[in-house]
Design a protein around this ligand. Structure first.
Ligand SMILES: [Mg+2]
Length: 196
């Protein structure tokens, strides 16, 4: 039994900050680490934009409950159940992703925490540095073999640590690592995983 380490946003569900940005018309939330590589600065921009618009966590949570996984994502995970133990490994936050995680079937997820003060997101706590790579290393230290899937640069650290594939990766990301096999649909990735 292998472990499948799957990214969440862009892989199984939409980008949560961008969905919030669209819903509440907060353009600052469209920015990603590709626009502001410094994660601290990016998070400060996100939190102050929410505070400026007086969007508290309660309002956010109501919207978060409406975010749906990608079509076929739950089915994809469930269909691998007999061959892989599935863990979702993400740079999102528990306080944002749990509604969509439940819709995906409540697979275990390793991500980060947000701090909520007086109803507003005030800070964040990263679980550890290089979290995706370290999750895989942790499993390997217990003699588990991992296969990792994701759509973006931050997934390469876990793919390189074991083996893996891109799914739904934008062209520039595929071009940056042509040695990593890539898929644009769950069916083909499923066939690959079942033949691994
Ligand atoms: Mg992603």
């Amino acid at each position: 039994m292998k472990i499948l380490c799957s990214d969440l946003e862009g892989t199984l569900a939409p980008e949560i900050w961008q969905e919030i940005g669209k819903e509440f018309k907060v353009p600052e939330l469209d920015l990603t680490t590709r626009d502001i590589p410094d994660f601290d600065r990016l998070m400060s921009a996100r939190m102050s934009a929410l505070q400026k618009k007086k969007i508290n966590y309660e309002i956010l949570l109501e919207f978060l409950n409406s975010i749906e996984p990608f079509d076929g994502a739950k089915n994809f995970l469930d269909s691998l159940n007999n061959h892989y133990q599935i863990i979702i490994v993400s740079d999102t936050f528990y306080e944002l992703c749990m509604p969509v995680i439940k819709k995906l079937g409540n697979y275990p997820i390793f991500c980060h925490h947000l701090k909520i003060d007086n109803g507003f997101i005030s800070d964040y706590e990263k679980r550890q540095e290089e979290p995706k790579k370290n999750v895989v290393k942790g499993f390997q230290s217990m003699n588990f073999e991992c296969f990792c899937i994701g759509d973006s640069y931050n997934d390469i650290q876990m793919i390189d640590q074991s083996s893996g594939a891109f799914i739904f990766a934008p062209q520039e990301i595929k071009d940056s690592r042509t040695d990593i096999i890539n898929f644009d649909n769950y069916n083909d990735l499923r066939s690959h995983l079942l033949n691994e």
